[in-house]
Ligand binder design. Structure first.
Ligand code: TXE
Length: 469
């Protein structure tokens, strides 16, 4: 199998000279160069976005929605090229809930966002008082994204912002600029000039975007450490913030749950995108009565999920995207082993597949306090912890400074009662990590603040205006 093809989309993004060489995550061969924009380029982009904003807002909701629908159609036309580029740069396979799925989510999200309406609300209408709350565009939105779901998360930030009449400057992760720039290139075949601009720079460009006086709102998905810096930056420009800072989602499997029935859901909850997902299941608490059954059932599912080069249709799991993340995963597994964790499957790099491949690794018989449990692994390893009292499992789920998602598995009524005690932005019942364009999504505690998606997501990229009288 050859993965040396280049897509026409990739060709048309190549800078005339220089640029950052981007490697294929699976083969570590160069796939192209990404432009390296500077802080001066960013200033220029923001000025252009500012100039374009009033015209975009003036088009009105209906026309903007039409255009977003046309953008979605155009993404669909390029879907296979986009998916191939994403697969090579990010590492996720074409097949499974991966690259084609991600590109499909981009157009689906655009269409759903285009169809969502944020109605004005009459808040008081009595005793001679009439007050109405409505929303209008903020202005220029800065969108700073990560490398794990680079296209989909960019769309999560862009779609509501454009829908409400803002213009957007996007700063993709330095690990995955090509995927995002290609997506923007396709979108810009439809959108008016300067409504959506990509600036592919490093952390300095990100920091400047977050604190720039020409930015009114920052949408950020990335690490908690960077999120804190963005908050500091916003002291300078008073930009409003939506911060999605990852998490350390707990899953609680209740007594009585059927291990065979839930194993595949647990597997994909933990290992979608080879574990590199913000709202993935990252620590699993299983009741003593079914502990061995759940571990065995998860191992059985793992055995039938092929990992390898993403362009091979057989594969549904890929490499880690970058060396840093590979090193984090390796370190956490070694530490768990040293501290008594039982490696059920995996446990050492899969070097036969390539430099950044790490197999699905299940580690049993561990407890809270272990680094693998307490830190976000963001990769293909899952600690499985035994509990005997549900109160202890809830306390464990809530003890960390993270609160993006969580899940409870078992009888629905019992699970709902437990879910009500879990401190997380979303608690899934008998599944983990599914998102929907109309269901608000966002974290609590160290996972950040602000909601994305649906009507709440539109409010987050708007400013309120009360008409009183
Ligand atoms: O994130 P960063 P990285 C977690 C995961 C991973 C860790 C680091 O645990 O190991 O974060 O990943 C830009 N001002 N997640 O290094 O550094 C940067 O250029 C403004 C969870 O990729 O936060 C990039 O575009 N922007 C996460 C983006 O911020 C700055 C997904 C994210 O980079 C900046 C990915 C600054 N001072 C990793 N510094 C999730 N929530 O799912 C950097 N950037």
């Amino acid at each position: 199998m050859s993965n040396a093809t280049t897509t026409p989309l990739l060709d048309r993004m190549q800078p005339a000279s220089g640029g950052r060489v981007i490697l294929d995550a699976a083969t570590r061969e160069p796939i192209g160069r990404a432009p390296e924009h500077t802080v001066a380029d960013l200033d220029d982009a923001l000025a252009r976005a500012r100039a374009a904003q009033p015209g975009w807002e003036a088009l009105g909701h209906e026309r903007r929605s039409e255009l977003l629908g046309a953008v979605a159609d155009r993404i669909d036309e390029y879907a296979e090229q986009l998916a191939e580029l994403l697969s090579r740069e990010q590492g996720k396979p074409l097949n499974g809930p991966n690259a084609r799925f991600e590109v499909g989510a981009c157009s689906a999200w655009l269409r759903a966002t285009a169809a969502t309406v944020l109605e004005p609300e009459v808040v008081v209408d009595s005793d001679g008082v009439h007050a109405e709350l409505s929303y209008r565009a903020i202005g220029v939105v800065g969108a700073i994204g990560p490398w794990n779901w680079p296209m989909m998360i960019a769309i999560w930030q862009i779609a509501p912002a454009l829908r409400m009449g803002n213009t957007v400057v996007v700063k993709p992760s330095e690990y995955t600029p090509l995927s995002v720039l290609a997506l923007l290139d396709v979108m810009n075949e439809v959108l008016p000039p300067d409504v959506l601009i990509g600036v592919a720079g490093d952390r300095d460009v990100g920091a400047r975007l977050a604190s720039h006086p020409g930015v009114d709102k920052v949408m950020f998905t990335g690490s908690t450490a960077t999120g804190r810096r963005i908050i500091e930056g916003s002291a300078q420009n008073l930009a409003r913030l939506t911060l999605e800072l990852g998490g350390n989602d707990a899953g609680i499997v209740l007594p009585g749950a059927d291990p065979a029935a839930i194993a595949e859901g647990l597997f994909w909850g933990a290992f979608i995108n080879t574990g590199q997902t913000c709202a993935a299941l990252k620590r699993l608490y299983v009741h003593d009565s079914i502990y061995d059954g759940v571990v065995d059932a998860l191992a059985a599912v793992t055995a039938r999920m092929p990992m390898g080069n993403g362009l091979d249709e057989a594969n549904v799991l890929g490499p880690l995207q970058n060396q840093l993340q590979f090193d984090i995963v390796s370190r956490l597994v070694e530490d768990a082993r040293t501290n008594g964790g039982r490696v059920v499957t995996g446990g050492a790099p899969a070097t036969e597949l390539g430099e950044l491949f790490y197999p699905i690794t299940l580690i049993a018989d561990v407890s809270d306090g272990l680094a693998l449990v307490d830190e976000e692994q963001f990769g293909p390893v899952l600690p499985i912890i035994r509990y005997s009292d549900v109160d202890d499992a809830v306390a464990s789920a809530n003890r960390l400074d993270a609160g993006l998602g969580a899940s409870v598995w078992g009888d629905r009524d019992a699970a709902l009662a437990v879910a009500a005690r879990v401190h997380a932005g979303t608690v899934w019942i008998n599944s983990h990590g599914g998102v929907h364009p109309m269901i608000p999504f966002g974290g609590v505690k160290g996972s950040g603040y602000g909601l994305e998606f649906g009507v709440e997501g539109l409010k987050a990229v708007s400013v309120p205006r009360v008409i009183n009288g």
